[in-house]
Design a protein around this ligand. Structure first.
Ligand SMILES: [Fe+2]
Length: 195
């Protein structure tokens, strides 16, 4: 079942409506995904954009099960029969590192990773959009995340920082490979706008 963008946008809006900045961030990530969707093959584009809208729904209190937003969001989508979106959300932005540090690697193993180019593009959109939804760079985004969790004394915050450090080379690789695809499209002189 190919997801419609309107369905994904409405679902995210409903689930994240009370989560302030998280909602703004998600809207920014989705906007970026729409802008760069041509970096993935046509059939994959609706999945990239829908996953961008839905990647953080696991933060919604109503979906909270494991406390890992990637897995909680994925479980909800799987329950709705949206299997490919579930897999994209489960693995978004190198989730495996955080999931492993939190001792839930066996739960993530239930979700097969999607095509590398689609996963990279989703990571690119998430990592180049700030917590308030504005465009940013990977470096600034990492500084922002480190500052946010660095202030917390929660054990989970410490684990997130450890995972972030481990995932860094992979995040960089995903962002750089997507940037290369964007530049190749621009250089090819395609008449469709790449904003
Ligand atoms: Fe995100």
């Amino acid at each position: 079942m190919v997801p419609t963008i309107a369905w994904a946008a409405e679902s995210a809006e409903e689930l994240l409506k009370d989560l302030g900045n998280r909602r703004a961030h998600v809207q920014g990530v989705a906007k970026r995904a729409i802008e760069i969707s041509r970096v993935v093959p046509p059939d994959d584009r609706p999945y990239l954009v829908a996953a961008a809208y839905l990647h953080d729904i696991g933060y919604a209190a109503v979906l909270r099960r494991t406390g890992l937003h990637q897995l909680d969001g994925a479980a909800h989508l799987r329950q709705l029969g949206r299997e490919r979106l579930a897999r994209l959300v489960a693995h978004h932005s190198e989730a495996r590192f955080e999931v492993e540090v939190r001792g839930a690697g066996h739960l993530l193993a239930d979700y097969e990773p999607d095509e590398q180019s689609v996963r990279d593009a989703l990571t690119y959109c998430d990592m180049t959009t700030s917590s308030t939804g504005t465009r940013t760079t990977l470096t600034s985004r990492l500084v922002e995340i480190e500052a946010r969790y660095g202030e917390s004394s929660e054990p989970a915050a410490r684990q997130i920082l450890v995972a972030l450090e481990r995932s860094l080379p992979h995040l960089k690789k995903a962002v750089e490979s997507t940037e290369r695809r964007i530049h190749a499209l621009l250089a090819s002189g395609s008449r469709e706008p790449m904003r």
